[in-house]
Design a protein around this ligand. Structure first.
Ligand SMILES: O=C(O)[C@H]1O[C@H](OP(=O)(O)OP(=O)(O)OC[C@H]2O[C@@H](n3ccc(=O)[nH]c3=O)[C@H](O)[C@@H]2O)[C@H](O)[C@@H](O)[C@H]1O
Length: 434
């Protein structure tokens, strides 16, 4: 049996680290002989023991590893009613989609788009604290207003997934839950393994056993191109030289999904997103944190590549990404497995979803300065060796041929929409007004 490791943080640990519980350590010096005769203290002690035992039981997942499901609130008649209602499609021909990471940036937008066209949508999210969970809760509020319920739970929770697939015949899974961020992988490597590897496998296990098996569309990343220098990046290019652990876990995900396609007949589509930005975006990304800091009059750090070369990204606006996600779902063929066994060859696809027009980071800053009407205090430094790559540039021919993917929003237009949202949500002083 694998060793029991007790971690005191959410199953997908975030940036905010919880302190280890040293309750007994702190209390022990207060105990002395007279305490033993105090019935109130005995009662308190027994209650604490019961809580610890419950936590321990809750912490064991199917593999004998410990996963503490803090905030896992699923189950019960009312919960089931909410799930079924949310999953209900408008018409028989509509899809029924499980969206993992639904309280995330891309997850929120994709869920809304699916619901608006009549698909049944059930969200799943563990609301971890990698970035401010209040933003995730605000996104959940938006989804709730549109009749979308988010199950609070983790993709590593096999029992929860089994229950969901038992209750609902999902036609598709849009798997967007992940540990994101390129540079954070050096700070918290295990969170990438936990979500992007272990969580992915747990989810695929549930999909392969489901009756019927859903078609799976999931978020890979442009970062898999790693040290590739041939531009624009094509799906046929090398992806065996990742520059970060984040990229390595996404590349591993592409290979793991391939095995589930090969062995169990799961229909798989992997989407390599290129630096997605827009309203309701991720606060850890450069365009978002630059906006916050520029408005606060704080300096921003702009990285430069070798020989003072500007870094560049194929920044892709969220609405274009949503179109790519829906196009992928709509062209995904059915999985072929029954009873956990493959019955025929199933579809396996990988697509770039980028904008095809890279913009340098100093240009990104220029656009933000104009939109915010504030001059940025820039601190220009050499790109640290922490997983970054100098540039990205997508070739989108495959996605265009397969489902007519054609991005339509350039960085200036997209950032204008982002800044408008940012100011309405946080205000110029950065205080959340939702
Ligand atoms: O396409 C992806 O697959 C990834 O896209 C995104 O990663 P990146 O493209 O690295 O975006 P982002 O951090 O916004 O940095 C943008 C630029 O600003 C530069 N950058 C960054 C921070 C800073 O302080 N200074 C700076 O110059 C930085 O050097 C870079 O040149 C997602 O976060 C990631 O989860 C994944 O989805």
């Amino acid at each position: 049996m694998p060793p029991l490791v007790l971690d005191n943080f959410p199953s997908t640990p975030g940036k905010v680290k919880l302190e280890r519980n040293n309750y007994f350590g702190r209390m022990s010096h207060r105990w002395h002989t007279s305490s033993l005769t105090n019935p109130l203290l005995w009662l308190f002690g027994l209650a604490s023991l019961a809580v610890v035992l419950l936590l321990l039981l809750n912490s064991l997942d199917g593999y004998g590893y410990s996963v503490v499901h803090i905030g896992s609130t699923w189950g019960g008649a009312q919960w089931e009613k909410q799930v079924r209602l949310s999953a209900h499609p408008k018409r028989r021909e509509n899809k029924v989609v499980l969206v993992t990471g639904a309280a995330g940036f891309v997850g929120m937008h994709v869920s809304l788009a699916l619901k608006k066209r009549g698909d049944g949508v059930v969200g799943l999210d563990n609301f971890n604290n990698y970035y401010d969970p209040s933003l995730k809760r605000a996104r959940r509020g938006v989804l709730e207003n549109h009749g979308i319920f988010i199950v609070e739970g983790d993709i590593n929770d096999a029992a929860l997934l089994k229950k969901l697939f038992h209750m609902i015949s999902f036609t598709h899974v849009m798997h967007l839950a992940a540990q994101a961020g390129v540079r954070y992988a050096m700070e918290n490597p295990s969170s990438y393994v936990h979500s992007n590897i272990a969580g992915l496998v747990t989810l695929l296990e549930a999909c392969k056993s489901a009756e019927p098996q859903p078609a799976v569309v999931w978020a890979s990343s442009s970062s898999v191109y790693g040290l590739n220098t041939k531009v624009p990046f094509s799906e046929l290019d090398r992806t065996d030289r990742p520059a970060s652990l984040y990229a390595a876990t996404k590349k591993a995900g592409e290979e793991i999904t391939h095995t589930y396609n090969h062995i169990y007949g799961l229909s798989i589509t992997g989407l390599r997103f290129f630096t997605v930005y827009g309203p309701w975006g991720r606060p850890d990304m450069a365009y978002f944190s630059f906006t916050k800091d520029i408005l606060a009059g704080k300096p921003i750090t702009v990285y430069q590549g070798p020989k003072e070369m500007d870094l560049a990204r194929d920044f892709t606006y969220i609405d274009d990404i949503v179109k790519g996600c829906l196009g992928s779902l709509d062209t995904a063929k059915k999985s072929t497995g029954i009873g956990g066994k493959k019955k025929g060859q199933a579809q396996y696809r990988i697509f770039n979803l980028g904008n095809t027009s890279p913009v340098t980071v100093p240009n990104l800053v220029n656009i933000l300065e104009k939109l915010l009407k504030v001059k940025a205090k820039q601190h220009i430094v050499a790109m640290p060796g922490n997983g970054d790559v100098p540039f990205t540039h997508a070739n989108i021919t495959l996605a265009h041929e397969e489902f007519g993917y054609r991005p339509t929003t350039d960085l200036s237009a997209g950032l204008k929409k982002f800044v408008r949202w940012y100011l309405s949500f946080y205000g110029a002083d950065g205080v959340n007004r939702s």
